[in-house]
Design a protein around this ligand. Structure first.
Ligand SMILES: [Zn+2]
Length: 104
């Protein structure tokens, strides 16, 4: 298994609070959608899939809210506020509520 400094997990819920999709960050995969939003955010080099973008792709437009979790190597929660790229993607996907771990 590859060594990871931290892990990010994004979960998208529908209007009734049911899980629509889930994803983890993957620094070995790229996706055209990630690239589109990276360019929109002016961060063209950040082409590797963020958990939020992958969850949005999998949610097929059914998302109402998103919960982003980030943990360090010891499983301690860390601040998981979405980056500029993901904020754009979340907005465009019509997701209205963003929640995330804030850490200690
Ligand atoms: Zn991001």
């Amino acid at each position: 298994m590859a060594t990871k400094k931290y892990q990010i997990k994004a979960t998208i819920f529908d209007k009734r609070g049911k899980i629509v999709s889930q994803a983890k960050n993957d620094y070995s995969k790229t996706h055209p959608k990630q690239k589109i939003f990276a360019c929109k955010a002016g961060e063209n080099h950040r082409i590797f899939l963020h958990a939020e973008i992958l969850a949005i792709i999998r949610s097929k437009g059914k998302g109402e809210s998103i919960y982003i979790e980030r943990y360090d190597a010891n499983g301690k929660p860390m601040l998981a506020a979405p980056c500029k790229i993901c904020q754009l993607a979340i907005k465009e996907a019509g997701i209205k509520e963003i929640r995330y771990t804030t850490g200690g």
